[in-house]
Write a protein of this length. Structure first.
Ligand code: GDD
Length: 421
């Protein structure tokens, strides 16, 4: 029997996803019509023998528990939300809930970061891990990145013949390797012994140090990467499985659009239903439309568009490379391009909502999405997709170009390269 744990963080994490994460926990943000971590759950449910998925995070239970219940029904696997009392780090939460993870005696369990996306083939990771035999305590899924980008990830040096991890450095300051940690692992239950040793050591430190109020040098937080992977490297118990399939982080709304495009393509390859089946209007390329959305027959959508629940798209509207969230309304003859429209937004007739795509450099092999900061070094707003927060209203005949608009704003004029708070 197998299990899976998805690490979803809390409202304190995922801040680069604002304003979209102000209304919904980032792991539940819809990409290609499904909440981000539904894609993870779907990948887990596809592994034969996988019985339970545990979502681990610091969000209030009422924000995640209904989603967990819905997923359990839909995929016919157990799905539970376990609420961490504090941010315990990527391994601290695993340790806190070790009894729940070990319950039923799983042979192994997957751990997935909730803020990555990709063509997760967990069965391939499982076969690779099993083929390493009894000594394999953990296998990390890895992928290739560029030399510069690798510094933003966990970097792995492996034995090319055995795929044993020889050296692991989390976000190194200088070049280590272009083989990076994707945040997807498979572990045997013995990993709790390793985490337990770190936990005990940290507790010893906590009680032996001179505690200065407000400046405690010790913490209960345990990092899977720094406290477990790095020491396991070179012991012959940690392995690396390299995938060439599509993979990316989802740290920003830019990355959500990129991920939307790739998940739609994946659906098409898997033969899952996309919009052409209903054909409510002219569709170009990959488009997902929620069955409750209303689309005027003269609108043109695509490629790479997702339209959420109860959204309305008017006559003559053109939408490309965009996510239109639930109950948003795009009035007649407007254009939406490289943008995310928040829940309950209204875009007036003949308006233009447009952003700048921030895709990985197509000329660099293995390039990943860059998590570009909002402002450049000289204080200028970096080009970005346009994001309308929830309940934003744009009057008719306005242009909103490269802007990030906080929820509830009413735009009565055009804006360019601005953040509206
Ligand atoms: N439950 C829980 N509790 N989840 C957490 C916590 C915590 O205290 N801290 C982080 N997470 C979750 C985040 O929500 C995210 O899904 C994942 O764990 C990764 O956490 P980050 O701290 O944001 O790390 P990162 O994304 O910068 O780097 C990690 O992922 C990269 C791949 O995306 C590392 O594992 C890197 O080595 C890796 O390359």
């Amino acid at each position: 029997m197998l299990k899976a744990v998805i690490l979803i963080g809390s409202h304190q994490k995922g801040t680069r996803f604002r304003p979209l994460s102000l209304q919904v926990p980032k792991p539940l943000f819809p990409v290609a019509g499904r909440p981000v971590i539904q894609h993870h759950i779907e990948a887990c449910a596809a592994v034969p023998g996988l019985r339970e998925v545990l979502l681990l995070g610091g969000y209030p239970a009422e924000e995640l528990a209904p989603f967990a219940a819905e997923m359990a029904q839909r995929y016919d696997v157990g799905v539970r939300y376990l609420h961490e009392f504090a941010a315990l780090g990527t391994a601290g939460g695993l340790y806190q809930f070790r009894d729940q993870i070990r319950a039923g005696g799983p042979d192994a369990f997957f751990v997935l970061n909730g803020d990555v996306c990709g063509d997760f083939r967990l069965d391939e990771l499982l076969s690779f891990h099993r083929a390493r035999g009894e000594r394999a305590l953990m296998t990390v899924m890895a992928t290739e990145a560029t030399r510069e980008q690798a510094l933003n990830f966990g970097c792995i040096a492996e034995d090319a013949n055995t795929h044993a991890v020889l050296h692991y450095v989390e976000k190194p300051e200088t070049f280590v390797s272009t083989l990076i940690n994707t945040g997807i692992y498979i572990c045997g239950s013995d990993v709790f012994q390793q985490i337990g040793e770190v936990f005990d050591r940290k507790q010893q430190e906590l009680y032996s140090c001179d505690y200065v109020e407000g400046d405690s040098p010790c913490s209960e937080s345990i990092s899977l990467e720094e406290d477990i992977l790095a020491p396991l490297a070179g012991t012959g118990r940690l392995f690396c499985y390299q995938t060439a399939r599509w993979w990316s982080q989802i740290k920003t709304a830019n990355a959500a659009l990129y991920s939307n495009r790739h998940y739609l393509k994946l659906y098409r390859q898997k033969g899952l239903p996309l919009a052409e089946d209903g054909k409510p209007c002219k569709i170009i390329g990959d488009v997902w439309i929620d069955p409750t959305a209303t689309i005027h027959p003269t609108a043109v959508l695509g490629p790479n568009v997702s339209v959420g629940r109860n959204a309305e798209v008017g006559a003559g509207v053109r939408v490309r490379e965009a996510i239109i969230l639930g109950a948003a309304r795009v009035r007649d003859h407007s254009l939406v391009l490289h943008a995310v429209l928040g829940w309950d937004c209204v875009v007036g007739a003949w308006s233009r909502i447009e952003g700048t795509p921030c895709d990985p450099d197509p000329n660099k092999p293995f390039a990943k999405m860059d998590n570009v900061p909002l402002f450049s070094g000289n204080g200028k707003l970096n080009p970005s997709i346009t994001i309308l927060g929830g309940k934003v209203t744009v009057s008719a005949e306005k242009v909103v170009l490269n802007c990030i608009i906080m929820p509830d704003k009413e735009l009565a004029r055009s804006y360019k390269n601005e953040i509206l708070l």
